[in-house]
Design a binder for this molecule. Structure first.
Ligand SMILES: NC(=O)c1ccc[n+]([C@@H]2O[C@H](COP(=O)([O-])OP(=O)(O)OC[C@H]3O[C@@H](n4cnc5c(N)ncnc54)[C@H](OP(=O)(O)O)[C@@H]3O)[C@@H](O)[C@H]2O)c1
Length: 327
């Protein structure tokens, strides 16, 4: 079977091999024929940290090739999306039946594969703010994988969303996601905030800026520190965020609650209320190129890698994904 292994001597630290063993499912696991997977920022780090034959791949959509022997989970032929710990960048993989979300007919494999890490992290971060109806919400890194979903979900929940983006060129993307206001920096902007909720995946000095913009008893949810460590002190809360909270969010391991949240997101996509921004779709043999583009910050949306169908499939009802550029 074909699939990817880490190999420090190969491009982007990754080698496609045809020597992998076929999946050997436990009774409560089904065999998935992978049709699309996406890249997440943290996978760049994982590939670096686990260089010796580790099998990457967490966000995957595909068709159930063989249902679980114990009868649980989706039936053969079902189209599903799953969040895995590893191993999803392969033709086939065994998946615990209770972790899968079945796709609505209108949701493509490409769209679905964007949801597990980025979509679920945004959803769970937003939930920490409670009801955001009418609230001022700040999303940093708003055109990133998680950020784009955070903006869309917060706006769909009735918040007034301020999006922080890395450059003016990214502003249009953030407005398209539903942001009400877009900024490139958080300091020296009179009138900005206060925010009842901050969703931050960047950290660094920007997080300290964001804390100074917190409303009294507001919450800052930290899910990443792509911009480095943050120096923070109580004086940052004295600005206005008295008794504010900082929450370190870990989006969670694959389990039944992951399937529940994935099902919610799939339904929002099917209803046209959530539009995964996809910046690149290409054949999975070009995964190394896509990883390089992600590392260089060249993408404007999620990178999706696709695999050919293992068997004839019904494609009725598919909607075209939103593409910024297609390779
Ligand atoms: N805690 C969890 O469970 C969890 C889950 C998912 C992700 N994460 C973490 O969250 C972070 C973001 O993940 P992601 O998948 O959304 O990444 P992503 O798709 O690469 O997006 C990153 C965003 O941050 C901006 N950015 C990148 N490098 C930056 C820097 N040095 N300084 C300031 N801004 C920078 C990017 O701007 P451009 O658009 O200009 O590139 C983009 O808007 C990562 O650290 C990831 O590991 C954590």
């Amino acid at each position: 079977m074909r699939g990817y292994l880490t190999d420090p001597a190969a491009a982007a630290g990754l080698r496609l091999t045809d020597g992998l063993p076929e999946p050997d499912p436990a009774p409560d696991e089904f065999v998935l024929a992978v049709r699309a997977f996406v890249l997440n920022h943290d996978e760049l780090n994982l590939i670096r940290r686990r260089p010796d034959g580790w099998r990457p791949g967490q966000d995957v959509a595909g068709e159930v090739l063989r249902a679980a022997a114990d009868g649980s989970g989706p039936a053969e032929g079902s189209r599903v999306v799953v969040r895995l710990e590893q191993g999803g960048w392969a033709e086939r993989i065994a998946v615990p039946a209770h972790t899968a979300a079945v796709l609505d007919p209108g949701v493509s494999f490409e769209q679905a594969a964007t949801l597990p890490i980025a979509g679920v992290t945004a959803l769970r971060a937003l939930r920490h703010g409670g009801s955001v109806l009418g609230a001022e919400v700040l999303v940093t890194g708003a055109t990133g994988g998680v950020g784009q979903f955070a903006v869309q979900l917060a706006a769909a929940s009735g918040a007034r969303v301020t999006a922080q983006v890395s450059s003016p060129e990214r502003a249009g993307d953030a407005y398209e996601s539903g942001a009400h206001q877009v900024v490139t920096r958080l300091d020296q902007l009179p009138g900005l905030g206060p925010f009842q909720l901050v969703l931050d995946g960047i950290g660094g000095p920007r997080l300290a800026d964001a804390v100074r913009l917190l409303a009294p008893q507001g919450a800052a949810i930290l899910y990443g520190n792509i911009g480095g460590p943050t120096a923070l002190s109580i004086s940052d809360f004295y600005a206005q965020g008295w008794n504010g909270r900082l929450i370190g969010l870990i989006s969670g391991n694959p389990d039944a609650s992951m399937a529940t949240d994935l099902t919610l997101l799939v339904r929002l996509v099917a209803a046209g209320r959530l539009n995964p921004r996809i910046g690149l779709v290409q054949d999975w043999e070009r995964t190394a190129d896509a990883l390089t583009a992600l590392a260089r910050r060249e993408l404007r949306g999620k990178a999706v890698l696709t695999l050919p169908a293992a068997q004839p499939t019904c494609r009725t009802g598919y909607r075209e994904p939103l593409l910024d550029h297609q390779v």
